[in-house]
Design a protein around this ligand. Structure first.
Ligand code: GLV
Ligand code: GLV
Length: 317
């Protein structure tokens, strides 16, 4: 039996499987943990399952000498000091694959909601302002024949691009490391990010948050988008300079934005909150019952494997 520290209760039955063979401590609901708080919580545990806003800093690895595995309950690992994990010999795992389709569906939910003013329409009806069909009521933007600019062609970017074909959109993609088989797809690869931005009617972001992608969509790059372009972000908020986005919306240069993630999450830039042309979600990308249970199973199986001396299922490179 090993001591396993879990920073939140997880949907599904996975934690019961873990508790059947190990000593599992689950943190009661609370705000995300700082590095020092997480180190104190993990203490002498050999394994930790944590959430995407918990800070798995170098301090955690320095203070928790028995730690062998950190299983992040997320695909993104920007909350973890991976170099410190490597140096400490701690395995880090994430939850790829199981959340790809759910996140792509949510991306399209946001895209369609912005393009067709779904949330504005709902508000209008609830507020008793629907007085009957009108030729000019809440006109949105058609997507057919428009270009979807996809930044990042990992699993999620590709799943979003696949859906675009069914909606009659052209896909223009850009990736730092284009997958080798991308030529087998109907998508066009942009020669540069700037080229993609200058041609995207709808821009959707699917890159990981790294030092290279922090602030990637800054004022200059936002300025390259065609007038009326829409932005969708279900990746990480810090990829977008939120103040620059607000300025572009206020200047009327963009057609709207659909955001699931925020630069200072869970805080939202006040300039976004009052706008009708943005749709704001509380980081729901992977939030289906099926996916959240599958993520829990994967995190638990990674921990079980490491504690049994087997290779992890989904290690982070
Ligand atoms: C969610 O944002 C994740 O990285 O899984
Ligand atoms: C996440 O799984 C990605 O590769 O986009």
């Amino acid at each position: 039996m090993s001591d396993v520290a879990v920073t939140a209760s997880l949907p599904g039955a996975a934690l019961d499987r873990l508790a059947a063979v190990h000593d599992v401590r689950v943190r009661p609901p609370g705000p995300p943990l700082s590095g020092a708080e997480l180190a104190a919580f993990v203490g002498g545990a050999e394994a930790c399952i944590c959430l995407l806003a918990d800070r798995v800093s170098a301090e955690v690895f320095a203070s928790c000498p028995r730690l062998r595995v950190v299983a992040n309950y997320a695909v993104g690992t920007n909350n973890i000091d991976l170099a410190a994990a490597r140096a400490a010999g701690v395995v880090v795992t994430n939850t790829p694959d199981v959340l790809t389709e759910a996140t792509a569906d949510l991306t399209w939910s946001l895209l369609l909601a912005v393009a067709r003013r779904v949330v504005e329409g709902d508000r209008l009806v609830r507020e008793g302002r629907f007085t009957g069909w009108r030729p000019d009521l809440l006109l949105g933007t058609g997507l057919q024949g428009k270009t979807l600019g996809v930044v990042g062609l990992g699993r999620i970017g590709r799943a979003v691009a696949r859906r675009a074909v069914a909606f009659g959109m052209r896909v223009l993609a850009w990736s730092r490391r284009p997958p080798a088989d991308v030529l087998d797809t109907p998508w066009e690869m942009a020669g540069s990010l700037d080229e993609l931005l200058s041609r995207a009617d709808v821009l959707t972001l699917h890159c990981p948050l790294t030092p290279d992608t922090r602030g990637l969509l800054d004022a200059r790059r936002l300025g390259l988008l065609p007038a009326g372009a829409m932005l969708v972000n279900t990746s990480r908020g810090e990829v977008v300079d939120e103040a620059a986005l607000v300025a572009a919306l206020e200047a009327g240069r963009l057609g709207g934005a659909g955001l699931d993630v925020y630069e200072r999450e869970p805080a939202v830039h006040p300039g976004l909150l009052g706008r009708d042309d943005v749709v704001l979600l509380p980081h729901l990308g992977s939030a289906t019952r099926e996916t959240r249970a599958a993520m829990a199973d994967l995190a638990v199986d990674n921990v079980l494997n490491i504690l049994a001396g087997h290779p992890p299922l989904t290690p982070v490179a």
